[in-house]
Write a protein that binds this ligand. Structure first.
Ligand SMILES: Nc1ncnc2c1ncn2[C@@H]1O[C@H](COP(=O)(O)OP(=O)(O)OP(=O)(O)O)[C@@H](O)[C@H]1O
Ligand SMILES: [Mg+2]
Length: 443
């Protein structure tokens, strides 16, 4: 007993006592201390035989020094724990497929279960259950890779039980026996969803940059085009006006219908010149400076541009602009961009609606801020969608970038205001933004 490590003496004597009381057999692992102080771990198996009175007759057994084995086991356990940790950090799981059962059964590490969103307790990884997790469009290509007996690397999508789609990359190696026959495929599977999404976004952004570049170039062209068109338009207006004057001052009375035509021609020429003027201002260089502006004028100017096509789309525009609004310090072009974004969203949301009314309202809120409201009678949105409304790159439209609202909110916040949205109780959406009135402009 004195050779037994003092912390292990009690369990050892308990085992002995139990062996004496019961079947006389015991197996135990415990530490001993050698005379030189070395601690070793031994595994002892022993049996005692009893005489008729129950006294101990023989006690024989074998002890094996398992110190090195234990050390190796501990090192293995530690390195396994580290491997599991590393797999978790890198989102890389490991798997194995043995060909002895025609490769039907798979062995997965815990991280593979996590990546696939499966519960280790009740999911048995087999060829069939793996393919059930793979996105239907990717099954054929994975199947091809599955059947071949070469090392390979391929990407595919999986669908988790909650419906979430993840992108994964599988890399694997084949192990072959001496006779050249493949007997095992060992591989890793990595969750690459974040990288894939980032790459997709980058791609979208690149397209968008190119699109914006084209629009920019077109804007510059529009600016000189507007300049070119302005001259003849002004001339047409002047000629028609002169014509009207000549006829009026002559002896001949002009039929009323013809006079109306001339008046309308003058009106339309002026309107066209107005649209072109605001287009030139809108596409012109934005120097980013804030100046005191009349909000209603700013709204009217951009409404004329942004609502082009609204009438042919069956959209009725309602302008409810409050009188006597004080001037507000803004970057006019930026605020017009916000209004244009909101109006475009509203018109797009009403594309399928039976009733299409877009309202633009301005008001003075307690002389502290001006509020602009853009309402529509479109499809509206769910409460859940409303929560993610200002998350960039969230778009429900086929060609949508999902950045219009993010840019708009940034512009409004840089003006010290706020942009928010709510569901219109009568259907559709209401977007509002506020612009603070500075003391000197509100006074
Ligand atoms: N008035 C609205 N009614 C219903 N849904 C809207 C409305 N305005 C925005 N949304 C929803 O919010 C999403 C984000 O709008 P946002 O303007 O940021 O991007 P987008 O219109 O999709 O693309 P783009 O960047 O080209 O403007 C839209 O895709 C749409 O689903
Ligand atoms: Mg938009």
């Amino acid at each position: 007993m004195s050779r037994i490590h003092e912390d292990d003496r009690e369990p050892v004597s308990r085992s002995w006592a139990k062996a004496v009381e019961t079947d006389g057999f015991y197996e135990l692992e415990h530490r001993i201390v050698r005379p030189n102080g070395d601690v070793r771990i031994i595994n002892t198996k022993s049996r005692l035989s009893k005489d008729q009175t129950g006294g101990i007759r023989h006690w024989f057994g074998a002890s094996t020094d398992v110190t090195e084995l234990k050390k190796a086991e501990n090192a293995l356990r530690e390195s396994e724990a580290r491997l599991i940790e590393a797999q978790e950090i890198a989102h890389i799981g490991s798997w194995e497929r043995n060909f002895n059962d025609a490769g039907q059964t798979l062995k997965w590490s815990d991280e593979v279960y996590r990546i696939f969103g499966q519960d280790k307790a009740d999911f048995k990884p087999t060829r069939g259950s793996l393919f059930a997790c793979i996105h239907p469009e990717d099954r054929a290509s994975v199947s091809q890779a599955f059947e071949c007996d070469e090392n390979h690397s391929y990407d595919y999508r999986i669908i988790r039980p909650d419906g979430e789609v993840r992108f994964v990359r599988a890399v694997s190696l084949i192990s072959t026996a001496k006779d050249g026959k493949a007997f095992r495929r060992t591989g890793t599977v990595q969750d690459i969803t974040e990288q894939e999404v980032a790459a997709l976004r980058l791609n979208l952004l690149e397209n968008e940059v190119q699109r914006r570049y084209r629009i920019n170039a077109m804007g510059e062209m529009a600016s000189s085009l507007a300049h070119e068109l302005n001259q003849p338009l002004a001339a047409i207006g002047n000629y028609v006006e002169a014509c009207r004057f000549i006829v009026k001052s002559g002896d001949q009375e002009l039929p009323a219908a013809a006079a109306d035509c001339l008046d309308n021609a003058i009106l339309q020429a002026r309107r066209a010149a107005g649209v072109i003027k605001s287009l030139r201002r809108f596409v012109g260089q934005d120097d980013g400076s804030h100046s005191p502006e009349q909000l209603n004028e700013t709204i009217r100017e951009i409404t004329e541009l942004a609502s082009i096509g609204a009438v042919s789309d069956g959209v009725r525009l309602e302008l409810n602009l409050a009188d006597n609004l004080p001037a507000v310090m803004i970057d006019r072009v930026q605020i017009q961009q916000v209004i244009a974004n909101l109006m475009r969203n509203a018109m797009e949301a009403m594309a399928q609606s039976p009733q299409r009314v877009m309202s633009v309202t301005s008001r003075n809120n307690a002389d502290e801020e001006l509020v602009v409201e853009i309402g529509d009678t479109g499809a509206g949105m769910s409460v859940a969608a409303l929560e993610n409304l200002f998350t960039p790159f969230q778009s429900s439209k086929p060609g949508g970038m999902g950045i219009g609202l993010t840019i708009s909110r940034r512009i409004i916040e840089s003006h010290g205001g706020q942009l928010w949205a709510k569901r219109n109780p009568d259907g559709g959406m209401i977007f509002q933004f506020s612009l603070p009135l500075e003391e000197e402009t509100s006074a």
